[in-house]
Unconditional design. Structure first.
Length: 440
């Protein structure tokens, strides 16, 4: 066999970090790939980013590389999601177009496109943040959610129940919207926008009526114009909280509901015009009314779910992303994994504090050996204040992500509880406040 046939494919991963490198190395044919980091998480997501600067910095790395650039991929939100098509266009690698990504990520633009092909979405409208006394959009009733047109991990998303809470939330969004909104406008300026988006920009506040029921996520991809849904997962919150407790796969929803989720997802993704890309769509399902409602579209698969697909189907969903970028068959096996179900748990703290007794990598590996079907990623570092950890939601702090595989919910809960006890995380200087909701 000559050198050309044995040469590894060079796959550049924006924001590659240790946790996902382990999972990427478990995809089929991983031995034929060389996963190469392209910019760090800190460069990509901390502080107010400059897309133009990041684009040039990434080009500097790629231009200096002495080898083939076979694929450029990423599994994070903006700016990674937009840099992938920009860099792919520049270097001639496969990806969906920039416009389709931005249509998904700009929450207002996304709603405008959704309402053209589906009725399964909440009432929504823009909030005039420049007004002296901002008001809810006409036709949108309390309770509602206020959120920027673009944000990370529910950052600056607020549930509001009356005018006072509405005004307070608008003020918080005003203060923070520029961090992501301003660089997002650099992207919007590169696109030929439809008439209804003229003058909207990236520093926009969206209001939409609150949805009720159970949350569910739909994962899929578009390949050669065909939309495929490969998994539906349930998202379960902490009691009396909007913060996730766990994502669980596969969904426990009735099969007719799952089929409707497939259909709505396919219609929306065809309207948006994605191609050669993965997606993840979040929904609410109300069992009392049998109604489904689309919450938001992510123009990338969820790296949070990679372990879950590996546990249940035998292959992490990163496989779809890699295969699409290389022009290969992106399909996943079905139920070929070692467990009947799997979950990603969010071990959270609902007050501020300083982390102590943070386990070492060796401690975590010992826990993973002692409890089969478990993987743990700890979020804060030793001595780190929780409010200094990036990309937290508006109501809690993530301490650890705990992945469990099992044959029942009872078995997975027992593994999660054992992990939490084994981690032994401690906190001091706990400060009661807006996040101190006493949830456990």
């Amino acid at each position: 066999m000559n050198q050309l046939t044995t040469q590894r494919k060079n796959i550049f991963v924006l924001g590659l970090e240790e946790a996902n490198l382990r999972t990427l190395q478990a995809v089929p044919d991983a031995h034929t790939y060389e996963f190469r980091p392209l910019l760090s998480i800190e460069e990509l997501q901390v502080g107010e980013v400059s897309v133009a600067d990041l684009f040039e910095k990434a080009k500097g790395v790629l231009d200096a590389f002495d080898g083939s650039i076979d694929a450029i991929v990423g599994y994070w939100d903006f700016p990674v999601s937009t840099l992938v098509p920009m860099l792919s266009e520049h270097y001639g690698t496969r990806s969906t177009g920039l416009k389709s990504v931005v249509t998904c990520e700009h929450k207002y633009w996304s709603r405008l496109e959704q309402q053209k092909v589906i009725a399964e979405h909440p009432r929504f409208g823009r909030v005039d943040m420049e007004a002296d006394e901002p008001r809810p959009p006409e036709g949108v009733s309390f309770p509602m959610w206020l959120k920027p047109a673009l944000s990370y991990s529910s950052e600056l998303a607020f549930g509001v129940g009356d005018e006072q809470e509405f005004r307070e939330a608008v003020e918080e969004i005003r203060k923070g919207v520029a961090r992501v909104g301003r660089p997002f406008e650099y992207i919007l300026d590169r696109l030929d926008l439809p008439e209804e988006m003229a003058g909207v920009g990236g520093q926009v506040c969206l209001a939409e009526e609150a949805l009720s029921g159970v949350q569910v996520a739909v994962e899929g991809y578009v390949h050669n114009g065909e939309v495929t849904v490969y998994g539906v997962l349930d998202s379960i919150n902490y009691p009396d909280s909007s913060s996730f407790l766990r994502h669980q796969y596969p969904s426990a929803l009735p099969e007719p509901v799952v089929r409707r989720l497939h259909d709505v997802s396919a219609r929306v993704m065809r309207q948006i015009g994605m191609e050669a890309a993965t997606f993840s769509i979040e929904y609410f399902y109300d069992p009392q009314t049998d109604a489904i409602s689309l919450l938001e579209i992510n123009p990338r698969h969820s790296q949070s779910h990679a372990e879950l697909f590996a546990y249940v189907d035998g292959v992490p969903n990163h496989h779809c992303m890699i295969s699409l970028a290389l022009g290969k068959d992106p399909s996943l096996p079905h139920r070929a994994g070692p467990y009947a179900m799997a979950a990603k748990w969010y071990h959270r703290w609902f007050a501020d504090g300083v982390a102590h007794n943070v386990p070492s990598r060796a401690d975590i590996e010992r826990i993973e050996r002692e409890i089969p079907g478990v993987r743990v990623d700890v979020v804060p570092g030793e001595g780190q204040r929780l409010s200094d950890t990036p990309q937290q939601d508006s109501y809690s702090y993530e301490l650890a992500h705990i992945f469990t595989g099992g044959d029942s919910e009872k078995e997975m809960r027992a593994k999660y509880d054992r992990c939490v006890a084994a981690l032994g995380l401690a906190f001091d200087e706990t400060t009661p406040g807006g996040r101190d909701q006493k949830n456990s």
